[in-house]
Write a protein that binds this ligand. Sequence first.
Ligand code: PMT
Length: 223
Amino acid sequence: SQPSILSGKKVLLTAGPTREAIDPVRYITNHSSGKMGYALATAAAKAGAEVTLISGPTNLPDPKGVTTVRINTALEMQAAVMERVDESDVFIGSAAVADYRPASVAEQKIKKTQDKDDMTIELVKNPDIIAGVAGCTNKPFTVGFAAETNDVAQYAQSKLERKNLDMIVANDVSRKDIGFNSDQNEVTVFWPNGHQALPNLAKGTLAETLISLIEKRLSETTQ
Ligand code: PMT
């Protein structure tokens, strides 16, 4: 068989959720399990790439043949990515990065008060990690994900343009059978001049299909 265009190339990926502390015992997070990103890391390694996975907290073991770096917060994920982006040929952002974090982290556990029935946590925006990657002078081939509950195609295409991505993988996270935390996913992939809808697949099979699509787009765009 043909040697893969990814053979010997450096692939950097993010996976899983981020965890944004409120105080020493509480945090804000989401339902990402890391399964999609870990499957992509495994598929990229199988294609011969040198793979580094920046992972939020998950219950999954480190994928075989992949350098795995564990972080908790979006700011830690950004630092781990930016440290390695210059030498990367491909970046895949499958992590569900928290868009906001608590404006300050209480040093001590926040106590329940007797006199008030409501409380407010002020949030500030986290940096957009993938937009930072796509803005680098030495920009790797940059693949994002779009997790949407409505108008999936439209939002995905606008993210592709706004974040200056080379490809975006759109999934409908309003469905319980696919996306967050399930073993299956059904996505449509968009790139600047085209798109392809893929059937409902096990995340392992889907990851291999996505890696093949990336290889195809890479060989078309880097002659
Ligand atoms: O982990 P699993 O349980 O297997 O579930 C997989 C998944 C549903 C998490 C995955 O398929 C997925 O859709 N990942 C992206 C989730 C997401 O946060 O999407 P978004 O539409 O909010 O973000 C768009 C893109 O920007 C993503 O590539 C995201 O990684 C990136 N982003 C977002 C915010 C931010 N501050 N920095 C980023 O880099």
